[in-house]
Design a protein around this ligand. Structure first.
Ligand code: IMP
Length: 214
């Protein structure tokens, strides 16, 4: 079964493909330029994009996947949030680090709280005239410098919170069973990112509802 992922971001396709292929689904990139509505929530944006793309689905029997994601930084009142893509194109990760340069503490827990942020993703899957929606969140903090080895977008500066045995995220600064040991997404491999990522959690939610699409 083919899932067309409507995105221009090859990194997103790689992440979805790595997970969906384990469940017998083939993910292919669908490069359709949808008009992004002015909205302040990810779900409205994702639903608008999928409505625009449905008539252009290469094969009406295939599935269509759309995702809208963003980085929400607490100290910046949720900026860049739904404007994440625009922020990357304009001020880039270095501009974000600059905006936060005054937020630091010698105490690691206080430092983490000052630099608290979360990634959010809303994914929508369409099949046979029906849609399912799923949301994923990854709490964490913004590092003090960029580490650009793997990944894309804000990966070089986003450090996820540790996880407990069940994979639940812990508070910033709390040691858990799973930890990147202070490394950002940009410094770890994809299979490790999948354990924490907003995208992976949203996609897991879609698969758990897939039966509803018949
Ligand atoms: P989009 O609008 O869903 O494509 O995402 C908004 C911006 O957030 C894009 O510029 C992405 O590069 C960035 N972004 C989304 N997900 C991730 C991620 O998992 N890691 C790093 N950056 C991301």
């Amino acid at each position: 079964m083919t899932v067309w992922f409507m995105t221009t971001n090859k990194g997103k396709v790689e992440e979805a493909s790595e997970y969906f292929s384990q469940h017998g689904l083939v993910v292919k990139q669908f490069e359709f330029e949808a008009v992004e509505p002015q909205a302040d929530d990810l779900k409205t944006v994702a639903l608008s994009k999928i409505e625009q793309a449905i008539p252009h689905l290469p094969n009406p029997n295939d599935m269509l996947l759309v995702e809208d994601a963003g980085l929400f930084i607490s100290a910046l009142n949720g900026f860049p949030g739904v404007y994440s893509s625009h922020a990357l194109k304009t001020i880039d990760i270095h501009g974000v680090l600059k905006l936060m340069s005054h937020l630091k503490s010698e105490d690691p827990i206080q430092d983490g709280n000052l630099r608290k942020a979360e990634f959010r993703a809303v994914s929508v899957l369409y099949k046979n005239g029906q849609k399912i929606v799923s949301e994923g969140v990854c709490p964490g903090r913004i590092g003090h410098e960029a580490v650009v080895t793997n990944g894309f977008g804000f990966d070089p500066i986003f450090i996820p919170c540790d996880l407990d045995e069940e994979g639940n995220a812990l508070a910033v600064g709390v040691m858990g069973a799973k930890s990147t040991h202070g490394k950002p997404f940009g410094a770890i491999l994809l299979d490790q990112k999948q354990q924490y990522s907003h995208r992976h959690r949203a996609l897991q939610g879609l698969l758990s509802q897939l039966d509803m699409l018949g």
